[in-house]
Design a protein around this ligand. Structure first.
Ligand SMILES: [Zn+2]
Length: 186
């Protein structure tokens, strides 16, 4: 269940599908990137391919090439609000990418929010502004996640938020609803 196309979130999908026959889910908004229709050619594309798959520069790999490193087709294109695999509700959360989605595991209320929210040292944050091309959409998407009353929040990066989750959600919700500015570094 892919939240978005960025290579640091999707690079293993084609391998997992090929090797284990897993079903792949993602939003149609990110399909051009995941099927590599958008892949840049020339120097940018060449540079992107040569960024190491591990380490701090990993995100550059996908961003330079503007596509996932290996094309992966979806077995199912998700739609907002639908239930998949019997337990995961799809939340359209665009902003970080146009087809970004989050998945809420309804039975346990664990929210897999991808890069719609960040967790740093047990605090909820936003992603950095340079990697948030559509700030108004990202703001609505963050609010949407915060209003789900999740028990646990699993972000796309770093450790999950497991303590004081309600309080943290209310704090960030209040800040965003009051028109709080989006910090440069999230
Ligand atoms: Zn991302």
């Amino acid at each position: 269940m892919l939240t978005h196309w960025h290579n640091d979130h999707s690079a293993g999908a084609a391998f997992l599908k090929r090797t284990f026959g897993v079903r792949v889910y993602y939003d149609p908004g990110d399909k051009p990137f995941l099927t590599r229709i958008t892949a840049t050619q020339g120097l940018r594309g060449w540079l992107g391919k040569h960024v190491p798959e591990e380490g701090v520069l990993v995100l550059l790999r996908g961003l330079l090439e503007e596509a996932a490193p290996e094309a992966v087709t979806a077995d199912h294109l998700v739609t907002d609000g639908e239930m998949i695999e019997g337990a995961f509700r799809v939340l359209a959360t665009p902003g970080h990418t146009s087809g970004h989605v989050a998945y809420l595991h309804e039975p346990t209320r664990v929210l897999f929010c991808g890069d719609a929210l960040a967790v740093v040292a047990n605090r909820l944050r936003m992603m950095a502004r340079p990697v948030t091309p559509d700030l108004p959409a990202a703001r609505s998407s963050a609010l949407r996640c915060l209003r789900e009353y999740a028990e646990i929040i699993c972000p796309g990066h770093r450790a999950p938020l497991t303590e004081n989750v309600r309080q943290e959600c209310r704090r960030l919700q209040g800040y965003l609803e009051a028109g709080g500015r989006w910090p440069l570094l999230g």
